[in-house]
Design a protein around this ligand. Structure first.
Ligand SMILES: C[S@@+](CC[C@H](N)C(=O)[O-])C[C@H]1O[C@@H](n2cnc3c(N)ncnc32)[C@H](O)[C@@H]1O
Length: 296
């Protein structure tokens, strides 16, 4: 009674009371079987290779067919193209972003695969124009990338033909259509990068990711800078090629809520990939983005 009265009084004064649960103890370190030493550094294969039959002019013409490009690409011979987005910002200012993310994410992933991706079946969810797919393919994996936007899969296939990379395939697919049946079985490694926070149901996203992974998941997401296990709903419009493809609610988790969801799904091991250098995109340094390596 007293509690309800106090709540009413506070609401009258313009305040709301919400219960915030205590943060979940982090499993980082506890479950991290790699935590004793840093993994071996690994450099991206960059600039991308190119087949000699494509001239600079032909490649330029290919890139100019599209207004928007998510990644800044560079090809052998000094040919480079900037990222282009509808709402310029963080990504345009930072042509090193994808390469810095590679240096952050890949060493732990490769270590978890006994030092090589050779022969591993890799799924690149929401692959955009394929930066991660191409890097994994160049490291010897058999890659399938999918994205909901047909124009991005066209871009990925154009880069595939310019580079001559054979072991990466691309498909137009909505995340919610994905299953071991639609994709011909499970994958040794699943890349869930930059997609969780463009979708409305994080538990289901992780459940579906788990259902298609045989061994390892690499998760990279925007996070709420809060100690508590919160998930914030926000509205997203499909304004750019990095956004959700439909208008509606998307959900942004805090780190603690990711830890809680992983615990709920009974994963075997996981750890948050530590920031080991200041040579990183600002959103990681500011605590607005984080990554996990998860073992099924
Ligand atoms: C921020 S980008 C991330 C690209 C890449 N995975 C990375 O981390 O560098 C988000 C991508 O998700 C794709 N996307 C959005 N909603 C999707 C859905 N329902 N199914 C599949 N892809 C989706 C977008 O087209 C875009 O390419």
């Amino acid at each position: 009674m007293i509690k309800a009265g106090a709540k009413r009084l506070l609401r009258h004064l313009g305040y709301e009371i919400h219960r915030i649960d205590a943060p979940v103890p982090s499993t980082s370190g506890l479950k991290n079987h790699h935590s004793q030493s840093d993994p071996t550094l690994i450099a991206p294969i960059w600039p991308l290779p190119r087949l000699s039959r494509f001239s600079d002019e032909e490649i330029r013409a290919t890139f100019s067919r599209y207004d928007l490009w998510h990644y800044a690409y560079e090809f052998e011979g000094g040919l480079s193209f900037p990222a282009r987005h509808r709402n310029a910002g963080l990504l345009e200012e930072d042509p090193m972003r994808a390469l810095q993310r590679f240096s952050h994410l890949m060493p732990d992933l490769i270590e978890s695969q006994e030092g090589t991706l050779k022969g591993k079946r890799v799924l690149d969810m929401a692959c955009n124009s394929g930066f991660w797919s191409f890097q994994c393919a160049l490291l010897g994996a058999e890659v399938l990338g999918f994205d909901v936007r047909p124009e991005l899969i066209e871009q990925a296939n154009l880069i595939k033909s310019v580079t001559g990379i054979k072991n990466a395939e691309f498909r137009v697919l909505d995340f919610w259509e994905m299953s071991p049946q639609t994709l011909g079985g499970k994958f040794d490694v699943v890349l869930n990068l930059g997609i969780l926070y463009h979708l409305p149901k994080p538990l289901e996203v992780l459940e579906r990711t788990q259902s298609i992974a045989r061994k390892t998941i690499l998760l990279d997401t925007v996070v709420l800078p809060s100690e508590s296990a919160l998930i914030k709903l926000t509205w997203e419009e499909p304004l750019d090629i990095r956004c959700a493809n439909t208008t509606g609610v998307v959900a942004i988790p805090s780190k603690s809520s990711i830890e809680l969801l992983l615990r709920h799904l009974r994963f075997k091991h996981w750890f948050e990939i530590p920031i080991r250098t200041r040579d990183m995109p600002k959103d990681y340094l500011n605590g607005n983005r984080a990554s996990w390596l998860i073992e099924i």
